[in-house]
Write a protein that binds this ligand. Structure first.
Ligand SMILES: Nc1ncnc2c1ncn2[C@@H]1O[C@H](COP(=O)(O)OP(=O)(O)OP(=O)(O)O)[C@@H](O)[C@H]1O
Ligand SMILES: [Mg+2]
Length: 506
């Protein structure tokens, strides 16, 4: 990559406003042939918005876009695709009931008209799969695929349309470590051919590994550009947040108390009706964080859903503070003071079409404080939501703003604020910082530690070993629906945990 080269895409003086938020403020951004350029910035910095503009999903209010030297008027993604721009968005847009091949050809010439030339479409697809190492069965129905496989389908969909610019919005947030390695190989083979990639990520070590260049946004503006060879993780973190981050979390010593979450012989099926939890036993005590490491897909989802009351187990018992909630009943779990932080904050955690305030009181609205004789006390409710927005520094236009307008980190803060407001006895947090920027991550980590100090027992389910080691008092590993072991953090080594994560017991 040489910057004397002409950019393949050039965005100039881009401004985009949403009501009173200026998401992009006079941004200049160039992308060069054959490079991987990372776009960094805190949650809400404007990364997705900028790329949505390049993909024709949003129109900018001001500014111009040039693609391959020509001025581009992009009024819809199809305009961008026809100019060679593809985007794998944070939330996939596949049709679950259709096959991989069908999903890929939707909207292309092969997919149009009376004669579906499936055979040549399949040949083209297989060739791309081989070339870029994207293995996934063309005849599998999308709903049966893992998230990592679905992402491959999205990439294939773009490659099938011959894009030479691929935008990937936080692609690794949903991937297991091994899948990330595969993705990086695919991206490297793409740029080797002269294609270009925009890579949005909060994982600075990945950015340092894969990107040639980094552009940092803050508050809708470009604040810095660096070659990765001329910067380091600490500098990038400071550029993003605009302040020094804590070097270490302060983990106060508190002595764990009585058990607050007891799980015995828990068995549950997954969506495909296969046994996902095979007789699970664990205990979390008051003032304790139990970190559960492991690669997603080993029963984590089923475990957290069983603990949220959204999945009915086929056997076993769960006790919260010594009392048994009604299994499969979310209300019963909430009543026993279970704080629930699900991994998919958008699908199950929050109601995206409701306001921030409505989400904040979602589980608390029936309490006497907010409701009396069937009348809602709106004054109290407004006060409650404004207090939480302030306490958690939730970036939003206000309590009435629609929740879907918030950035990822702010969505997570809304969920945390709601769940912790009721001073839960147990907190089950599943991948709580996935997709969050370093500043938001630090904040959530501090809040989780505070919950433990206050007296909650925390089950922290996470793929991120740094997070597990930083927060936990004890570490356990879930592998193929079974607990592999349990060790105090002071005696735990990464090697040992890594072995457990791949199913090896000594
Ligand atoms: N459709 C929308 N309506 C209103 N506001 C929006 C919309 N999309 C984005 N915003 C606002 O624009 C700002 C930038 O959001 P954007 O999604 O681009 O951030 P981001 O850098 O991608 O953050 P994250 O890392 O959390 O994904 C935020 O304040 C966000 O709330
Ligand atoms: Mg984003």
């Amino acid at each position: 990559m040489a910057t004397s080269q002409k950019p393949i895409a050039s965005m100039s003086s881009i401004t985009k406003r949403f009501l009173d938020v200026t998401a992009n403020n006079d941004i200049d951004f160039n992308l060069y042939p054959g490079e991987i350029c990372a776009l960094l910035g805190e949650n809400g910095a404007g990364k997705t918005t900028l790329m949505n503009i390049l993909f024709g999903y949003y129109a900018c209010d001001e500014g111009e876009i040039f693609i391959k030297g020509e001025k581009a008027e992009l009024s819809a993604p199809r305009d961008a695709i026809s100019r060679g721009v593809g985007m794998v968005r944070q939330h996939f847009a596949l049709v679950p009931s259709q096959t991989v091949l069908e999903n890929i050809i939707i909207g292309t010439d092969y997919g149009k008209g009376l004669f579906l030339d499936l055979k040549s479409a399949r040949t083209k697809l297989l060739r791309l799969q081989k070339k870029f190492g994207l293995q996934v069965d063309p005849d599998a129905r999308v709903w049966t695929l893992s998230v990592g496989e679905q992402q491959k389908v999205e990439i294939l969909k773009a490659l099938y349309r011959d894009v030479d610019i691929l935008i990937m919005d936080e692609p690794t947030a949903v991937l297991a470590p091994a899948e990330t390695v595969e993705l990086f190989n695919t991206l490297k083979s793409m740029v080797k051919e002269g294609r270009s990639v925009v890579f949005i990520s909060h994982k600075l070590n990945e950015v340092m590994e894969i990107a040639d260049r980094v552009v940092v946004l803050r508050g809708g503006r470009v604040v810095a550009g660096r070659k990765t060879s001329e910067t380091n993780i600490k500098e990038l973190a400071n550029l993003m947040v605009g302040r020094d981050l804590l070097e270490r979390l302060e983990k106060k010593k508190v002595r764990p108390g009585k058990p607050v979450l007891e799980i015995e012989n828990l068995r549950a099926l997954n969506d495909k009706k296969l046994l996902a939890l095979k007789g699970l036993n664990l205990v979390v005590r008051k003032n304790e964080i139990l970190g559960m490491a492991g690669i997603s897909g080993n029963g984590q989802r089923e475990l957290s859903e069983a603990l949220f009351g959204t999945r009915d187990p086929i056997g076993g018992t769960i006790k919260i503070n010594g009392e048994a909630p009604r299994l499969g009943s979310p209300v019963s779990f909430i009543r026993l003071k279970m704080g629930r932080i699900p991994e998919d904050r958008i699908e199950t955690g929050l109601m995206m079409d409701l306001s921030v305030e409505e989400n904040l009181i979602l589980e608390n609205h029936a309490t006497p404080e907010f409701q009396r004789f069937g009348m809602m006390n709106f004054k109290k409710i407004h006060q409650f939501s404004e207090d939480l927005i302030g306490a958690y520094s939730i970036m939003t236009a206000g309590r009435d703003a629609v929740t879907s307008s918030l950035s990822g980190g702010n969505l997570q803060k809304v969920m945390l604020a709601r769940e912790l407001a009721g001073r839960p006895a147990v907190v089950v947090a599943s991948q709580p910082t996935r997709g969050l920027d370093v500043g938001a991550m630090e904040y959530i980590h501090q809040r989780i530690l505070q919950e433990k100090e206050r007296g909650a027992g925390v089950l922290l389910i996470s793929e991120d070993l740094d997070e597990i080691f930083a927060l936990s008092d004890r570490i356990t590993v879930l592998y193929e629906g079974v607990i592999m072991g349990d060790v105090p953090v002071a005696e735990a080594s990464r090697e040992q945990i890594g072995l457990w994560m791949s199913g090896v017991t000594k």
